[in-house]
Write a protein that binds this ligand. Structure first.
Ligand code: ZN
Length: 309
């Protein structure tokens, strides 16, 4: 069976996996991400061990935090990889291993992986959105991976949903990410407990998004309200995506999707009320299927997508 290597280059960890053509991870390794020299050396050791297992690989796919240059395979200057500046990672690896090496940003590769091997199989117009510390996304449109002019399509996390809303990391105000990410939910909770000392959350030293979901499950009134608002913001943000792209499916991944049952119904109700009926009618909004494996499988799917074209 054909195998490809998927590399999930993360801000703190790098995960590498040998992935077969069914999207199954046969072997995986993980190490701390450091400066480019040390990390690329570790990548090489892992790749050597994996190639030893199967003899030959189809290629190597890499998912990296943005900004990247997907055409040249360069990690440009991700804010959470401060030592990585204009590193031609794809060239370095393709020179060493004499195989095709593809690089794209982590949200785009996750979308491709989820489309090829997860919830989006067979869907012609598919959007993947990750809701965790930030909000990002990727798309397959008309059955083809869509990355935009310079691999920055589907930056839906920075679509404005409240123009008077809180300042976002990007400099804009009231971005989808500043309103509905896990980070935003935790921030809203920390602000709210200043007035609501009766909430369970007021006893937490540092509130995380999962604490808010946990407290809501226990019936804490403030937490229930915060989760309700989260469902509203998600619904509004997704409505923009549904009206813009007219997708057949949106799959949601990332940490906040773990609490799916807590907000799904309300979020769908908001979408139903706000999206154009023509667009609402044809879209399924589902939880992503690949879970924690999405980084590795998504990266490897860059190689499989290439072989399909
Ligand atoms: Zn923003």
């Amino acid at each position: 069976m054909n195998c490809a290597i998927g590399i999930d280059l993360g801000g703190t960890k790098t995960a590498i996996g040998l992935v077969n053509e069914n999207g199954e991870i046969i072997s995986r390794e993980m190490f701390a991400t450091e400066g480019p020299e040390k990390t690329i050396e570790e990548m090489g050791k892992s790749i050597d061990r994996m190639i030893e297992k199967v003899g030959i690989i189809e290629g190597i796919g890499i998912g990296s935090p943005g900004p990247i240059d997907s055409k040249k395979g360069i990690v440009v200057c991700p804010p959470n990889l401060p030592e990585w500046r204009n590193i031609p990672l794809a060239d370095i690896l393709s020179h060493k291993y004499k195989v095709k090496v593809m690089l794209n940003n982590d949200a785009n590769v996750a979308a491709l992986g989820e489309w090829l091997f997860g919830a989006g199989r067979g869907v012609q117009n598919f959007i993947y959105i990750t809701v965790s510390t930030g909000i990002g996304g990727g798309a397959v449109l008309n059955g083809r991976f869509y990355e935009g002019e310079n691999a920055n399509a589907l930056e839906v996390g920075h679509a404005t949903i409240d123009y008077k809303g809180p300042r976002c990391g990007c400099g804009n105000y009231g971005c989808f990410e500043a309103m509905a990410s896990g980070t935003a939910l935790a921030r809203f909770a920390r602000e709210a407990i200043k007035e609501r000392r009766d909430s369970i959350l007021a006893g937490y030293e540092r509130i995380r998004a999962e604490d808010v979901f946990e407290a809501a499950k226990m019936g804490d009134a403030l937490a229930v309200k915060l989760v309700d608002d989260e469902a509203l913001y998600l619904g509004v943000g997704l409505t923009n995506v549904i009206n813009s792209f007219n997708p057949g499916m949106i799959a949601i991944g990332g940490g906040v999707s773990k609490a799916w049952d807590m907000y799904y119904e309300k979020m769908m109700q908001v979408i139903k009320e706000r999206a154009l009926p023509t667009n609402y009618e044809v879209v399924q909004v589902v939880r992503a299927k690949l879970g924690e494996d999405i980084g590795i499988v998504g990266a490897a799917s860059l190689v499989y997508n290439l072989s399909m074209e």
